[in-house]
Design a protein around this ligand. Structure first.
Ligand code: AMP
Length: 615
């Protein structure tokens, strides 16, 4: 993820020296990680002082106290669903201080969903400074391991997404869209670390094709200057490479002639690109030569020969993309720099060149007040962890502070933010991997309840089950019933797609199910999935059409035999509704009788279903 510039204080960037700035940043990290508890107490006290009179705190018996003990005694640990009535009031235009004494500036739409819709995270103006602060830590850290990055550019594929207005008039959009559209990003002063190949206009173009085309073109024109490449998530970077595979002939033509493809119609994008694009037949021939080779292995290092690393998140579900990135990057280091969410930006990776499997994030204690709920897994078999909806008193007392977590233990992250979330369960499970000074460093283990994910979509088993139930109604006229199903995220296609294996019981062989009916089933599943999934399919094109694979009768018995041979208990065996283990996917794939894809994109409109006024 790219770093944000530090907002210049005092004069401007004139007095700025890079070495001094880097040193100061590293000192800041040393400082806050040396006294995490003190910093956390101060942060909590600041949050409670700032919000002393908000309705939410008063409702729970607070009247201006700022100490940790009272806070823990009175304030419950909650999930989004507990907060939904308050969020709805704010979305409908209630401007009284419900959660925060500072005005809610907008809603950040999380990729986590509730009732099929994106969660709405209230935010305040000040949070942009806190996010910028976290970004500003990244390059000084990186510079310790890869010096000289100030001598060239970063080629990052960054995009904005559509936004909507709540009935009360607040903008609702993803956190990165909010950030890229802010003056913190758009009007950043010159900084060698925020020197990107993509002009702002190309990032801020809402047409994703024009945005991608123009960013790729500029990246190719400036190929020798590029020292690092990336996107936010691994899936996004791979999509960019796929785009290049499909469009390199057009891009080469533009570079050869110095003219921009007429499909790029946005005047500000055209103007910005024309500042970079010059006729360069030699470069065009070189790109053509490399792209027309049969193998695309190492295409990153071939086209951008000075690249030192690929900056993308490959922790969590994104780890499924590591082999593809290794292929295109010829083993270039994959660097995960930060851990963040719409609720709050959390932490940074202080050892960015480590292996993806060893990445740990140091939570920055000034970002929010953090608490940790111990996670007890009954066994290692389940990959998705589910949690009780609400915590009883005893469980609430189990929460520990940042400075009290234990090495090796897994915890669910709970945050209290300046923007007005109090003891809010983010939904992520982290494991303590070590310490920086006195501050813990965490491996990202998983997001609770996520069974399937390709891009930023997060589909849980319950949602998948309901979607499958809706789809099988299409089979009823044929006297066919679904006996078993399971699923997996197939990332061997670009973009990746959901695959559902179905075993059927056919009661009437005389009326076979036509292929179009199975295609309707695929679409019915997609239509039933949440808004983030449907946006990924319909708008971002970051998820491919869902596929149903019909397997031979007896396949799921074989699956059970296999699980039991691996030690599963025969009494407790339940068909997994999502599989990740390669031998199981192979077993299922070897018994596929036919397969069908969704024939079109599911419906999706920006905003929540109940809001009419899309902007
Ligand atoms: P969103 O609310 O849509 O911004 O998504 C935030 C979520 O993305 C987090 O709560 C995590 O589940 C996931 N996420 C963010 N950063 C990382 C990371 N570095 N590694 C793994 N997952 C991440």
């Amino acid at each position: 993820m790219p770093e944000a510039p530090k907002i210049p204080h005092g004069n401007s960037m004139d007095d700025y020296t890079l070495t001094e700035k880097n040193k100061k940043t590293l000192e800041f990290i040393e400082d806050v990680t040396s006294n995490p508890d003190q910093v956390q107490q101060r942060v909590l006290s600041e949050i409670l002082t700032q919000n002393a009179n908000v309705e939410y705190l008063n409702r729970h018996g607070f009247s201006g106290q700022t100490d940790r003990d009272t806070f823990k005694k009175l304030i419950p640990v909650i999930t989004y669903e507990d907060l939904q009535p308050d969020i709805t009031r704010i979305a409908n235009g209630d401007k009284t201080p419900i959660l925060s004494s500072h005005p809610i500036s907008e809603f950040l739409t999380s990729s986590g969903t509730s009732g099929g819709e994106r969660k709405l995270m209230p935010t305040i103006e000040d949070e942009l400074d806190r996010r910028s602060l976290l970004y500003s830590l990244l390059m000084p850290v990186m510079n310790q391991f890869v010096p000289g990055l100030d001598k060239g550019k970063g080629m990052y594929f960054l995009f904005i997404k559509s936004e909507a207005k709540t009935p009360g008039g607040l903008v609702a959009r993803p956190v990165l869209t909010s950030y890229y559209k802010s003056s913190h990003f758009k009007q950043r002063p010159y900084d060698p670390y925020t020197n990107y190949t993509s002009p702002n206009e190309t990032i801020l173009c809402s047409d994703s094709y024009q945005s991608m085309y123009s960013q790729m073109l500029c990246g190719l024109c400036l190929h020798n200057e590029v020292l690092r490449v990336g996107a936010v998530f691994a899936s996004g970077f791979i999509r960019a490479i796929r785009f290049l595979e499909k469009n390199w002939t057009f891009l080469c033509h533009d570079i050869k002639t110095g003219t921009l493809n007429p499909t790029i119609t946005d005047p500000s994008v055209r103007e910005a690109v024309m500042r970079v694009l010059k006729p360069d037949p030699k470069l065009s021939d070189f790109i053509e030569f490399e792209c027309s080779k049969k193998s695309w292995q190492g295409i990153i290092t071939r086209l951008w020969p000075n690249t030192k690393y690929i900056d993308v998140i490959v922790t969590g579900t994104m780890s499924q993309y590591i082999p593809t990135l290794d292929y295109y990057g010829n083993g270039l280091p994959l660097v995960c720099t930060m851990y963040a969410s719409s609720e709050c930006y959390f932490g940074v990776n202080l050892n960015p060149l480590c292996k993806p499997s060893e990445v740990s994030y140091t939570l920055i204690p000034t970002m929010a007040y953090f608490e940790f709920l111990p996670v007890h897994r009954n066994n290692g078999v389940t990959s998705s962890i589910s949690m009780p909806k609400s915590l009883n008193e005893k469980e609430q007392q189990e929460l520990v502070d940042l400075s009290d977590v234990k090495l090796g233990q897994e915890y669910e992250l709970v945050v209290t933010t300046y923007a007005g979330l109090y003891r809010y369960r983010v939904g992520d499970v982290l494991r303590v991997a070590g310490f920086k000074n006195k501050s813990p460093q965490f491996n990202f283990i998983c997001r609770k309840n996520v069974a399937l994910s390709i891009d930023s979509d997060k589909t849980d088993e319950v949602e998948l089950h309901k979607a499958v139930e809706n789809a099988v109604t299409h089979l009823m006229p044929f006297d066919v019933t679904l006996t078993e199903y399971t699923s997996y995220a197939d990332t061997t296609t670009i973009p990746g797609h959901y695959v559902i294996f179905w075993e059927l019981s056919v009661n009437n062989e005389a009326t076979p199910v036509p292929p179009s009916v199975f295609e309707d089933c695929c679409l019915a599943i997609e239509e039933s999935l949440n808004s983030v999934y449907r946006q990924g399919r319909a708008s971002d094109k970051s998820i491919g059409p869902l596929e149903i694979k019909i397997v031979e009768n007896g396949t799921f018995d074989k699956l059970m035999d296999y699980a039991i041979s691996l030690g599963a208990s025969i009494n407790q065996y339940k068909t997994p509704r999502c599989v990740k283990f390669a031998p199981i996917i192979e077993l299922l794939s070897s018994r596929v009788a036919s397969s069908y894809f969704s024939p079109k994109c599911p419906k999706w409109v920006p905003g929540h279903k109940q809001w009419g006024n899309v902007c």
